[in-house]
Design a protein around this ligand. Structure first.
Ligand code: SF4
Ligand code: MG
Length: 316
C-alpha cells in the first residue's frame, strides 16, 4: 500500500540566477522520508538548517524546487487537484499562537469558519466547535467559544490553533516549534495533547524542533538536519542512544544527560553565522574526524540496516 506521506529527494533553492551573478541559497537538499498513520517524525536542526522550509513545502505554502511530496500516492507537483484537497491531508501548527489568531474574531469564529470554507460542515458550526474545544481540553467549552484571543493564555491560544486544525480532519499535522514560545510546563501539556490526539484521531505528526529533548519525548523517528541536508535518520531511541553522524554525536555528547535534559538545544553549540563550506561535507570545518575526502568530495546518504541513514564518509 502507498505510504500516507512519501517525500522523495526534496529540494529548495531560494534566490535568482542572472547572466552576471548567481545569488542562490540552497535551503534544502535531497531530503527523503516516509510517514505512516500513527507515527511521529521529529525533524531536528538549528536555525537555518532547512527544517521550517521543509514544513512550508509539505503544506504547499512554497513550491519545491526539486523532488516530490506524495500524500497517499498522489503527487503535489504533478496532481493539481491535490492542491485543493490538501487542507484535508495536511495542516500546520505554528510557533506563535499570539500571531496566528485574528484578534478581532471570537474563538467560535476562528475555529468554525474553516469548517465552512473547506466544506467540512454545513449550517451552524457551534455544536462542532464546542466538540473541538472539548477535544483540545478547553473546558467547559461554553466558557471559551465566545471569547476573543486576548482573553486567553498562550497555552490556551495554542489549543485553539490545534482545535482549528483538527476541524479539517487532516491526516498529517506539521507542528513547527509548537511549544517554543510557551513556558516549559505548558509546552509539555501541549506536547501531551498532540500525542493523545495523534492516537485518538489516527494522525501522523511531524514535529519541527531545535530541541532534541522534545524530539526524544515525542518522536518514533528522528531526522537530523544540518545546512539543508539530512545528516542522520532513524528510530528515535537509536539516534539518541547510539548516534552515528559526528554532528549528532556532538549534539548529544555535549549534553550532560541527553535522556533527561529537555532543554538541550542546538544553539548551545552552534556558533551562529559560521560559513558553511561550499565543497565536500558541509560539516567538515567543525568535524573532529574530517579527512581529505571530507574537504573535497560531497557526501551521499548511506542506508544502513534497521531504517537508519547517515550522510558521512565514515560510513560509505
Ligand atoms: Fe566528518 Fe567527514 Fe563525516 Fe563530514 S563526512 S561528518 S567531515 S567524517
Ligand atoms: Mg524555524
Amino acid at each position: 500500500s502507498k505510504p500516507l506521506l512519501h517525500v522523495n529527494e526534496l529540494g529548495k533553492v531560494f534566490g535568482s540566477r542572472s547572466m552576471f551573478r548567481k545569488n542562490e541559497f540552497r535551503a534544502v537538499h535531497d531530503v527523503s522520508f516516509r510517514l505512516e498513520q500513527g507515527e511521529v517524525l521529529a525533524i531536528v536542526g538549528e536555525s537555518g538548517s532547512g527544517k521550517s522550509t521543509i514544513a512550508r513545502m509539505l503544506t504547499n505554502l512554497i513550491p519545491a524546487t526539486s523532488g516530490d511530496i506524495m500524500y497517499g500516492g498522489q503527487s503535489l507537483r504533478r496532481d493539481k487537484r491535490l492542491g485543493r484537497k490538501l487542507p484535508t491531508f495536511v495542516q500546520m501548527i505554528f510557533q506563535d499562537p499570539f500571531a496566528a489568531l485574528n484578534p478581532h474574531h471570537t474563538i467560535g469564529y476562528i475555529v468554525g469558519r474553516p469548517l465552512l470554507v473547506q466544506r467540512q460542515w454545513k449550517g451552524d458550526t457551534r455544536p462542532k466547535v464546542l466538540e473541538l474545544l472539548q477535544k483540545v481540553g478547553l473546558t467547559p467549552a461554553e466558557d471559551f467559544i465566545d471569547k476573543y484571543p486576548y482573553q486567553l493564555s498562550g497555552g490556551q491560544k495554542q489549543r485553539v490553533m490545534i482545535a482549528k486544525v483538527l476541524g479539517l480532519a487532516p491526516k498529517v499535522i506539521v507542528a513547527d516549534e509548537p511549544t517554543s514560545m510557551l513556558d516549559v510546563s505548558i509546552g509539555v501539556d501541549i506536547m501531551n495533547l498532540l500525542l493523545d490526539l495523534k492516537s485518538q484521531e489516527q494522525l501522523a505528526l511531524i514535529l519541527i524542533t531545535h530541541n532534541l529533548g522534545s524530539a526524544k519525548y515525542m518522536a518514533d523517528r528522528i531526522m537530523v538536519m544540518y545546512a539543508g541536508q539530512m545528516v542522520e535518520y532513524g528510530p528515535a531511541e537509536q539516534v539518541i542512544g547510539e548516534p552515528l553522524h559526528p554532528y549528532t554525536k556532538l549534539l548529544i555528547y555535549s549534553s550532560p544527560d541527553p535522556w533527561r535534559d529537555a532543554s538541550l538545544t542546538m544553539e548551545i553549540i552552534d556558533p551562529q553565522g559560521m560559513e558553511i563550506p561550499k565543497t565536500g561535507c558541509a560539516f567538515h570545518h567543525r568535524c573532529p574526524h574530517a579527512g581529505d575526502a571530507c574537504r573535497t568530495k560531497s557526501v551521499a546518504v548511506t542506508k544502513l540496516g534497521g531504517e537508519r541513514q547517515v550522510r558521512c564518509h565514515l560510513y560509505t
